[in-house]
Design a protein around this ligand. Structure first.
Ligand SMILES: [Zn+2]
Length: 80
């Protein structure tokens, strides 16, 4: 059973920054004669922006990193 990425220190995915997402894929192990397709689940690396913990692991099929990166609050640009 795979779970969504989560920071095990903060116990939340709220601050995670994702990188290196690899979608699940079928992989043939061994030669053509003996190899059976083997399902490799999606994997992703993630860094917790709150505590700095870096982790990686399998994620559920169909899971995708959020498309919107966390946004900093915008400050008005001061033109002098
Ligand atoms: Zn954390």
């Amino acid at each position: 059973m795979t779970d969504k990425p989560i920071c095990r220190t903060c116990n939340t995915d709220e601050f995670l920054v994702y990188s290196g997402f690899v979608p699940g894929r079928m992989v043939h192990l061994g030669g053509r004669a003996t190899g059976k397709p083997h399902w490799v689940p999606s994997t992703v690396n993630y860094l917790c922006g709150a505590c700095g913990r870096f982790d990686s692991g399998h994620v559920p099929d169909g899971w995708l990193p959020p498309s919107d990166p966390p946004r900093r609050p915008e400050r008005p640009t001061l033109l002098v």
